[in-house]
Design a binder for this molecule. Structure first.
Ligand code: OKP
Ligand code: ZN
Length: 344
């Protein structure tokens, strides 16, 4: 299996994040990607390849053009007004206001950000673009006949929607790849999100469509980020009714529960008969993850890969979360080798 990786992910790098009123050591750090890359190499998974450069059209097929322009330009605008320091919002639109155009960088940040976890830095746009390029290059390999590929994307993407960013995410790599599959001939595409957190951006982007099935297994939003979305009764709307499946699970869930949810997810995906599968691959359901509350073991991740492989659908794995630094490489490689074993 080919891995697509770009060094430019390092351009998104902060030492601290704001959590419960304090600046704490950041969780979403460049070392995560480096450790996954090291594990991929050590496991001899296959070649590691740099991404091709894509123009903005696959991004604009998913994201709002004003939002994309904002991400591209906000750093320069912020530096001009505030200085070369990380750009955080400190105001959000009040309820029941019109989302009228804004001018000042602080207002722009609040308009498009959903939380404070994703500061805009000098290299944010380039890093986010490089992650998209990795996902799209992986999609190209799948279109060329590979049964699977691994886009080692960083920063992650699944919390980013058509016109918002947050949860460490800027551009929705998995959604952009799924749409790219549609635009290059796949009639039905499924996205399976196994990250511990609900893939709210991905759900939102495809919510009214029946050509992209979205399925997510995640911490119950009653207890867990992103809190306001990800409930079981969100099943899609209009033509998309029945084409979103949320499988929220309680804190403390282990593989007996999680694996049963995966089987439901896989049954739904099999019934949909997609021509392409995008897996939002977060490994933060791991028992030692510092910000999560599921109890999956290293070995469970092999089984996840194997069961996804039973679908026999060309599959693009797109890296999302996972913050247990010592185990992130093992857990990711376990999913991928599990998948390969089912391909054989
Ligand atoms: C991104 B991905 C913990 C607070 C949680 C945001 C979580 C984003 C998770 N310090 N803040 O889905 O792994
Ligand atoms: Zn996550």
């Amino acid at each position: 299996m080919k891995t697509i990786f770009s060094d430019r992910h390092k351009l998104q790098s902060v030492e601290t994040e704001f959590y419960r009123g304090k600046w704490v050591e950041a969780f979403e750090i460049p070392r995560r990607a480096q450790l996954v890359l090291d594990a991929v190499r050590r496991a001899d998974l296959g070649p590691v390849i740099g991404p091709e450069s894509f123009d903005l059209s696959p991004v604009l097929a998913v994201h709002d053009p004003d939002f994309v322009r904002f991400l591209e330009n906000i750093w320069a605008d912020w530096v001009a007004e505030v200085g070369a320091i990380p750009a955080y919002p400190n105001i959000w639109p009040p309820r029941r206001t019109r989302m009228i155009p804004t001018i000042r960088p602080g207002a722009e940040l609040g308009r498009y950000a959903v939380d404070m976890s994703s500061p805009i830095l000098e290299g944010t746009w380039q890093a986010a673009r490089s992650a998209v390029d990795c996902a799209l290059t992986g999609a190209r390999f799948i279109n060329a006949g590979e049964p699977s590929a691994f886009a080692l994307c960083r920063p992650p993407g699944h919390h980013s929607g058509r016109d918002y960013f947050g949860g460490y995410c800027f551009l929705n790599n998995a959604a952009i790849a799924a749409q790219y599959f549609r635009d290059t001939g796949a009639r039905r595409v499924a996205v399976l999100d196994v990250d511990y957190h609900h893939g709210n951006g991905t759900q939102d982007i495809f919510y009214d469509r029946d050509d992209v099935l979205t399925v997510s297994i995640h911490g119950d939003p009653v207890q867990e980020y992103p809190y306001y979305i990800g409930f079981a009764d969100e099943t899609g709307q209009a033509a998309g009714q029945g084409f979103n499946l949320n499988l929220p699970l309680a804190w403390g869930s282990d593989f007996s529960t999680w694996g049963a949810a995966l089987d439901r997810a896989i049954d739904r995906i099999a019934a949909f008969a997609p021509e392409r599968l995008v897996v939002s691959l977060g490994v933060d359901a791991f028992e030692e993850d510092p910000i999560s509350h599921f109890k999956l073991t290293n070995a469970d991740f092999v089984e996840i890969g194997r069961r996804i492989g039973s679908l026999k659908t060309p599959s693009l794995f797109v890296m999302e979360g996972g913050y247990a630094i010592e185990a992130i490489g093992t857990n990711v490689v376990n999913v991928l080798t599990g998948h390969l074993s089912a391909q054989a």
